[in-house]
Design a protein around this ligand. Structure first.
Ligand SMILES: N[C@@H](CCC(=O)N[C@@H](CS)C(=O)NCC(=O)O)C(=O)O
Length: 207
């Protein structure tokens, strides 16, 4: 059994989607970020950065924080969604998500969605980053169906962030290849199930 500490956010959803895709038995535990449960003494012991997601694999007593590391751990353990022949292609897109897509779109949400009007500079800067990110995603997806030869942890890492397109003010209709990929992945039963496992439930946004 794997315990998943999570919240209904892009980083949390990556892991519930992965676990659903793997068909692994897991126990989702809601960490209510609004109520600051991430700072509780117990949670701090398994999450040094006080952030979700975290997994505790009870089978071997392995605790892991950071969603990219968790995806790599699960892919390696269950030998799925990380094809050896395409290992570096997949890993580079996972790192691209971790280092650029997540941090920049996360900042865009702060300035464009939660705090509009506070800093014109930050709004323009993060809008520019969001546009750049979608241009990169759209180009790659114009060349192939997924971020690698087949559906992989790269898609699982990136997709939940694109599901927040409204918050970073991106019209998916301007990125036809991302739109095609986004809608295709939205229909996967594991994605539909993994989208809502803790906290309030939401519909998957449609462009
Ligand atoms: N790089 C981390 C980022 C995790 C992260 O930012 N989690 C957010 C939710 S999506 C969080 O727990 N925020 C709570 C806080 O910052 O207090 C990962 O990918 O796991």
């Amino acid at each position: 059994m794997i315990d998943l500490y999570s919240s209904p956010t892009p980083n949390g959803r990556k892991i519930s989607i992965m676990l659903e895709e793997l068909g692994v038995e897991y126990n989702p535990i809601f960490i209510n970020l609004e109520q600051k449960e991430q700072f509780s003494e117990d949670f701090s012991k398994i999450s040094p950065s006080n952030k979700i997601p975290v997994i505790v694999d009870k089978n071997n007593n392995q605790t892991i924080f950071e969603s990219g590391a968790i995806l790599l751990y699960l892919a390696k353990k269950y030998k799925k969604f990380l094809d050896d022949d395409y290992y570096w292609e997949i890993v580079q897109w996972v790192f691209f998500q971790m280092a650029y897509v997540g941090p920049m779109l996360g900042q865009a949400h702060q300035y464009l969605y939660y705090n509009p009007g506070k800093s014109k500079f930050a709004e323009e800067k993060t809008k520019g980053y969001a546009t750049h990110i979608y241009e990169i995603l759209d180009k790659k997806l114009s060349e192939q169906e997924y971020f690698s030869n087949e559906y992989s942890i790269a898609d699982i890492a990136i997709w939940p962030w694109t599901a927040r397109f409204e918050r970073h003010q991106i019209d998916l209709n301007n990125y036809p290849n991302v739109r095609r990929w986004y809608l295709q992945i939205s229909k996967r039963p594991a994605v539909v199930k993994g989208y809502n496992v803790v906290g309030d439930f939401f519909d998957i946004p449609k462009p």
